[in-house]
Ligand binder design. Sequence first.
Ligand code: SF4
Length: 449
Amino acid sequence: MSSEQTIRTETDVATDAEPLLRVEGLQKYFEEADGFLDKLVGDAGKVQAVDGVDLTVRSGETLAVVGESGCGKSTLGQTILNLHTPTGGSVEYKGEDLAGLSAKEMRPYRRDLQMIFQDPLASLNPRQTVGKIVKAPMEVHGIGDDDEDRTERAKELLDRVGLKPGHVDRYPHQFSGGQQQRIGIARALALEPELVIADEPVSALDVSVQAQILNLLDELQDEFGLSLVFIAHNLSVVRHIADRVAVMYLGRIVETAPVEELFENPQHPYTKSLLSAVPRIDAADRTDRVILEGTVPSPLDPPSGCRFHTRCPAVIPPDDWPGTQRQFKDGFTFRNRVLAGEIDADAVRERLRADGTTPDDDEVAARIVEQSLPGDPADLPPEAADAVREAAAALAAGDDDRASDRIADEFTSPCEREDPRTVSAEGEREHTATCHRVDPDVPGRPDVF
Ligand code: SF4
């Protein structure tokens, strides 16, 4: 990595051309009283759905926001449009801060800022005709001379999105999923917006229909000069539609780059794992699939330091680690499972009994290691192997606290202690990543991944 490498945030990058939308430090936390999310996570506290997001969208640009389910990307889209009141940070549209504006104060901006939803049918009023649905925003914003004029505009829009003008008199349930999404797109375009946030607009559709809707959005973006924020959980969907991509993990953006740069030269381990799941036609482009351990942690209690550290294949060992990174990562995974209370010794014992044996604690401990340590304990440095075996023995004996005490200090990483900075990739001023391995000021970060 170059010694001249500079640290540029997403905000710095955007100063070169004043963006249409500038999001800085955006946060959206849900309190216990906010309802359904708390039922999902089952505990009191703050759900940090979006936590310090910086983004920019330039005029006419498509920015894709990509991440797994539950990473906060839909909440991000809705908070940008002020459908949720931000907990912190700012959302500047054409230099005006929208964060926290009331519904009345937002009204002048609603015309410019529109949304396309994931589930087209759920977002369309089943009791209204398609014509009424497409005309409704025009009526609210006083577009068109009269109802006849608005009906004509609705027909033109339906025609433009690939439906028939005569469909104005039909109801949403009379259309296929792809056609319903076309209606949703026509409604979003009715106000001639400048910025559209499309929240997983094709994920509810058949694969064969997805490409048609993506092509339509691409064409309409050119024709109407739209800026588009395209939210998706799958990188392969965005390759042909996005100009830039922001990869999101657990409420934060971890990498941003022009789309081809991201595909050719990913920097963040999370991006690399997402890309490894993208089918490639050219055998030379294929990489080994990186299977991430575990699931996305709860945004109610996100991991310390780098939020990805509990699943990161490239997690950094401490300076005095005597083995390889791979060995460390295996032990670190085991240790995190113990500390998270994910290993159920009673369930392991029951399964062994179901196999027809009467297991003692040693057999239960051996099975725990077999199931919860990704590699072979014999491959670990001796002290680390002892810690794994002793922690498993404590679990088998029903002493979870002793297991945690034994393993907690054995595998520790700078990734869990320190928040990584957002830095630019070498030679690529529009390419930023938030990972110690990309940061030239972090020692011991050789790229082993
Ligand atoms: S900071 Fe550490 S845990 Fe986070 S992505 Fe980079 S290597 Fe992985």
